[in-house]
Design a protein around this ligand. Sequence first.
Ligand code: SF4
Length: 262
Amino acid sequence: MSSQELREIIISGFKDISLVDVLGYPSFTIWFPYCNFRCPWCQNWPVVMGKELIKMSLDELVQKIRESALLVEYLHVTGGEPTLQPNALRLIYEESRKIGLKNSLNTNGYNYNVIEDLVSRSLIDHVAMDIKAPLSDPGKYSIVVGLEGKNNIPANIKRSLEIIARGVDLIELRTTFIPLLEPDDIVKIAIELRELMSSLGREDFHYVLQQFVPNSNAPDPKFREGTVRSAEELAKLARKAKDISGIKNMYVRSLEEGLTKI
Ligand code: SF4
């Protein structure tokens, strides 16, 4: 599909300059609607449900990006799950390249075929991929993403990791420490990621442990309120996971302290 054919693009919103989406680099960030997961604790549920849709011409959106181009280094696309609109995603990345920006994708990693297509076209410079539970536990993974019994999710995510390990410069893997996970799960995820990424020759990946903050939009009321783990508690756990796994670049992201390297 050419940019001529896809004259309109449906997004949930955009931000001209964001400082929190790409590990220390400013980005122009776009939210794509809809998602193939149903995480009961989702922090972006209105976007997943397509409640905030903006129809724009591709040219109009590209013009907005162009206006921010001197102030940002990346175009970051997040959601929802951006890979559900592969043509729109590819076109916007191609346009961003023409402007001279780097491209960044935030994904849940399930649609490895879309990621493979983008990587094979050398369109992605930074991937932020969610690792929501231990990859060795497909049952738990399916519960955490609200698709109980769908047991092929870790296998797809591993394929995505293999693809980005081969073709993406900056790899950021993220786990949100939701109440469905135990501290031991975080350590397990860290060990699994280190082993896998190391076998793929990518010891340089970044792993971010993210604070879970209950929010009133979460689809399951259980996740709309409750206590928030402190940045200090997360840092202690991240340090333990780093020591045991041997991950080199470990971080905590929290509301109080932003992104902190451990
Ligand atoms: S938290 Fe889950 S449901 Fe929400 S956008 Fe991310 S992958 Fe989709």
